[in-house]
Design a protein around this ligand. Structure first.
Ligand SMILES: Cc1ncc(COP(=O)(O)O)c(C=O)c1O
Length: 502
């Protein structure tokens, strides 16, 4: 290997970091390939040699190569080794492009360490619509006419105080409407003053982290978890501690319980992404643990409005007697994500502090939007829309699960289909869910690889996150057929490879 590259990798890995070596080495390789530091066609050293050079386990390097291969960065030629794939765009006649990529690499280096980490860990997808984009509601069903009528009415009566910076915590009538809604639908224990309006769960988490944690604090996150949570924590200088999830939710070991974190972030109503519901016993255990050790629990209740067949459990916040829970929710799934309106419920005694923190950190506004939304709720449109969409999504979920069953029986298990906007199709026989995702995308189907939601490749399960909510009924069957062809093709390839190697 080019000695400068090997030295560079060793130097980068020697910097202190809380991330596992597997993840760091993967990012370093990607960075080096994207910036042109390692050119297309370069042969990578054997996993044994690189492991020795860098003082890490050979298995770790093997995992890194597998992941790079799954994402298309490298290619493996049987018996000959691993080569950097030639993915650079055709530059012929376009000298400006090469200067740009040089600049991009230089700009990357100019970022702070946490800025670089944010970019390297980025999980956001460029595609946000189409079969089977997870986590996206059917925005085409939003009652635009009703909204426009309410919005026009609000704008006709616009007052100066609605158009300047908002008062801490958000528009009071909306906070009142939400407190009532959460008391009734989520058995939350809250007064309007405890409801703090934000631009979504991302901002609520950011505020909770800034107000309640210090740099270096440990925060338990579910493993697997929503990519946004891990990235927010790392870029704020906190240490996410992955805690395994079983069928009852987050499940800390005795060793983990012996080391209380500052905060626990979890999705009790519908674990993201696997879909289980946290049992009552586990909820009570977590609340008692938080009380004993003074930990904060952040309850991310991102899509609990959509349950099919089972009634919702009360929120964790509603069970909490000691003010240790911060509840965060949003209109992203019930209305549409681009609305960017979310809310948090904080303990009564801390409400003013959070409202002040929010106003100071982000300056608040959107009062006209909040006023329209408040009218939308008071006039009953929110309840009607949720009920209608629940019926629609239940039908789509049924169409998809029937399609899966009729093609695969129980050979490919379906997880987490009792609630929410997505399900997980497990691929126990295929390590490479990235490969399926990549090939599916080439055929116009968007799915996300389950493995990326785990903290470590060694414990990760393979599968596909499939959103059905935004896919019209008649498109689900044909789109699934296309996806199934990709799955079958990858399964055959895998069988071929194992026959060759056995
Ligand atoms: C578990 C989870 N939390 C939070 C969010 C983001 O919510 P918001 O759009 O309100 O920021 C998502 C989005 O998909 C999610 O899946």
């Amino acid at each position: 290997m080019d000695p400068t590259l090997s030295e560079w990798l060793a130097a980068q890995l020697s910097e202190p970091s809380d991330e596992p070596a597997y993840r760091r080495l993967t990012h370093l390789f990607k960075q080096a390939i994207l910036s042109g530091q390692i050119g297309g066609g370069t042969r990578l050293p054997s996993s044994r040699a690189l492991g020795q050079d860098l003082g890490i386990a050979r298995n770790t390097v093997t995992h890194v190569y597998e992941q790079l291969q799954a994402e298309g960065y490298v290619e493996t030629q049987t018996g000959s080794g691993t080569y950097v794939a030639d993915t650079s765009p055709d530059m012929s006649g376009a000298p400006v492009r090469s200067r740009q990529s040089h600049h991009a690499a230089r700009d990357h280096q100019r970022l702070s360490r946490r800025g670089r980490r944010t970019i390297e860990l980025s999980g956001v997808s460029k595609v946000q619509w189409g079969a089977f984009m997870p986590g996206v509601p059917d925005v085409t069903e939003f009652p635009v006419k009703v909204w426009t009528r309410l919005q026009n009415r609000i704008w006709r009566g616009a007052r100066p105080e609605q158009m300047t910076y908002a008062q801490g915590g958000g528009y009071p009538p909306l906070r009142r409407a939400l407190a009532e809604y959460l008391r009734v639908s989520r058995a939350a224990n809250c007064q309007p003053e405890q409801v703090i309006m934000t631009t979504g769960i991302h901002q609520s988490l950011d505020l909770a982290i800034r107000m309640l944690c210090d740099v270096g604090d440990e925060v338990w996150v579910e493993d697997p978890c929503y990519w946004g949570v891990r990235n927010l924590l790392l870029s704020s200088g906190l240490t996410p501690v992955p805690i395994p999830v079983d069928s009852e939710g987050i499940n800390p070991s005795a060793q983990q319980l012996a080391r209380p974190p500052r905060m626990i972030i979890c999705t009790p109503s519908h674990q993201y992404p696997l879909g289980c519901v946290m049992s009552l016993a586990r909820r009570r255990m977590l609340l008692e643990y938080a009380r004993l050790h003074g930990c904060w629990i952040v309850e991310d209740d991102y899509d609990s409005e959509f349950r099919y067949g089972i009634s919702p459990l009360a929120s964790l916040q509603g069970l909490d007697q000691h003010g240790n829970v911060i509840y965060v929710g949003s209109f992203s799934k019930v209305l549409f994500p681009g609305l960017r309106v979310g809310y948090m419920v904080v303990p009564d005694s801390m409400a003013d502090l959070f409202a002040l923190g929010l106003a100071d950190l982000y300056r608040e506004g959107q009062t006209m939007l909040h006023a329209t939304l408040a009218e939308f709720i008071y006039e009953g449109y929110l309840g009607t829309h949720i009920r209608r969409m629940r019926g629609l999504y239940a039908e789509r979920r049924d169409i998809l699960t029937r399609a899966v069953r009729s093609r695969y029986d129980d050979r490919l298990p379906i997880l987490g289909d009792e609630a929410g906007l997505h399900l997980v199709l497990a691929l126990p026989h295929l390590q490479d869910d990235f490969g399926v995702v990549r090939q599916a995308l080439e055929r116009g189907i968007v799915v996300r690889p389950l493995r990326t939601y785990y903290s470590s490749a060694s414990t990760a399960q393979s599968g596909l996150l499939m959103g059905y909510a935004c896919v019209p009924h008649e498109r689900i069957g044909p789109a699934f057929e296309t996806l199934a062809e990709v799955i079958d093709h990858c399964s055959k390839e895998k069988a071929g490879i194992s026959m060759q190697t056995s």
